[in-house]
Ligand binder design. Structure first.
Ligand code: SF4
Length: 432
């Protein structure tokens, strides 16, 4: 039973969360499990197929609605190839029918690249692999708690070059304690010899309660590491950014670079808050009801696939963001991209449920902030210029304040109520 009613969405970005990792990387705060048994893995994959079936049987999902599929984690490639084949076969029996996918991507770690795995992925029409390299430097990989070494990564890239006909994204991290800009360039140069279509370049964040945080707290004299200064973080990342741009990769999102036309279609939908369905333990969905947006979060593996309970007996966490909260979320994700926030999206989604004219509101608020750095990337798009995107937080704080001031000034007690979750009607009200 799907525990919420929402209309059929003609276009869905499907995310499948595979929550298994072989061990814990020291910097990671994603949701994943280690120490699982093959039985738990199999049961969880069956649970994901079952969850897909329950959406299909309720008329909320079908193959024709799928635009992108992304398998992330965790480490999806920890699934043995034969089990992966069984999982994807079962999934597409449930989601049978013609598909017009823009992209089918899977995250893979270098140590699990095998010809068997690549054959299984190709046979199910996966067309993009996102390879989690992070760095070629074995000492840094060890510090990060990654399982691969530089030579394992080289071998995985050779296997991909000879057995993978699809697209390739390579994932890198900068700002590793002890790393220098020269080492960042060395990593990226080595990666470029494989001519990937896409790079993701993240600055390492030392998250609370991770083993890496403990190491930085201990410091080198007690067996830990020196924390990285803000200046070093910036130097490492900016050096990497400039290098990739100089090699023809378009910096189209804060952390992402692509050859022309090779941007991530799945992430693009996510950044624009397009309908997004998550399957699997811990997966999040953002969908629309007739009243407005809704966010669903699946429970962790213990409630998702317990052996003693019927499938789908768990409850999803349900949140109903107000149109105002949804606007903030959209600004946060869409202004990460070079394209920015588009009129068609705010008009089609937000105007319908808020009864307001959100495009005029955003345009006026941007003009009133007097912040340089905003640009119209197209007549109906507001975006941050490349360098301004690096300090996106500052821009968004002043934009949010301007939006609230305008709404209050134009009165709009009623309008404000609508925007913050009060009653809504379909009549558009101009902000000017
Ligand atoms: S492989 Fe990925 S998800 Fe798993 S622990 Fe490492 S960083 Fe986290």
């Amino acid at each position: 039973m799907v525990d919420l009613e929402f209309p059929y969405h003609p276009e869905i970005a499907l995310y499948i969360h595979i929550p298994f990792c072989t061990s814990r990387c020291r910097y990671c705060n994603f949701y994943f499990e280690t120490g699982w048994s093959p039985r738990v893995m199999e049961r969880t994959l069956d649970g994901i197929v079952h969850e897909a079936r329950s959406y299909v049987e309720n008329g909320l999902l079908d193959a024709t609605s799928l635009r992108t599929i992304y398998l992330g984690g965790g480490t999806p490639s920890t699934i043995p190839p034969a089990l992966f084949d069984r999982f994807l076969t079962n999934l597409f029996q449930v989601l049978s029918g013609p598909r017009s996918l823009e992209e089918f991507c899977i995250e893979v770690n270098p140590e699990s690249v095998t010809t068997e795995l690549l054959e299984v992925l190709s046979s199910h029409d996966v067309d993009r692999i996102s390879l989690g390299i992070q760095t070629f430097d074995t000492d840094f990989l060890h510090l990060l708690g990654r399982r691969a070494t530089g030579s394992i990564i080289d071998t995985s890239l050779e296997t991909l070059a000879t057995h993978w006909p699809g697209e390739l994204n390579l994932d890198f991290i900068t700002g590793i304690p002890g790393q220098t800009p020269t080492q960042v360039i060395k990593d990226l140069r080595r990666a470029l010899t494989w001519n990937p279509q896409h790079f993701s370049l993240y600055s390492l964040t030392v998250e609370e309660k991770t083993p890496l945080e403990q190491l930085t707290r201990l410091g080198p004299t007690h067996g830990g590491v020196n924390p990285v200064s803000q200046g070093m973080y910036e130097d490492d990342w900016l050096t990497g950014r400039d290098f990739l741009k100089s090699r023809g990769y378009d910096h189209y999102e804060i952390s992402n670079f692509a050859r022309p036309g090779m941007e991530s279609a799945h992430n693009r939908r996510y950044w624009n808050l397009r309908p997004y369905l998550g399957l699997g333990p811990g997966a999040v969905s953002t969908l629309w009801t007739h009243q407005g947006p809704v966010r669903l979060t699946n429970p962790s593996i213990f409630a998702y696939s317990p052996p003693s309970k019927p499938w789908n007996s768990y409850q999803r966490t349900i949140e109903n963001p107000s149109p105002r909260e949804w606007l903030s979320d959209l600004l946060l994700t869409s202004t990460r991209t070079r394209e920015g926030i588009g009129q068609s999206i705010v008009d089609s989604d937000l105007a319908r449920v808020s009864g307001l004219d959100p495009w005029s509101l955003i345009t006026l608020a941007i003009q009133e902030t007097l912040d340089p750095g905003w640009t119209q990337s197209a007549p109906d798009f507001w975006a941050l210029e490349d360098d301004s995107r690096m300090i996106q937080d500052n821009y968004l704080v002043s934009l949010e304040l301007a939006i609230d001031k305008i709404v209050q000034r134009t009165n709009t007690e009623l309008a404000y109520q609508r925007l913050t979750g009060g009653e809504s009607d379909r009549k558009l009200k101009s902000i000017r």
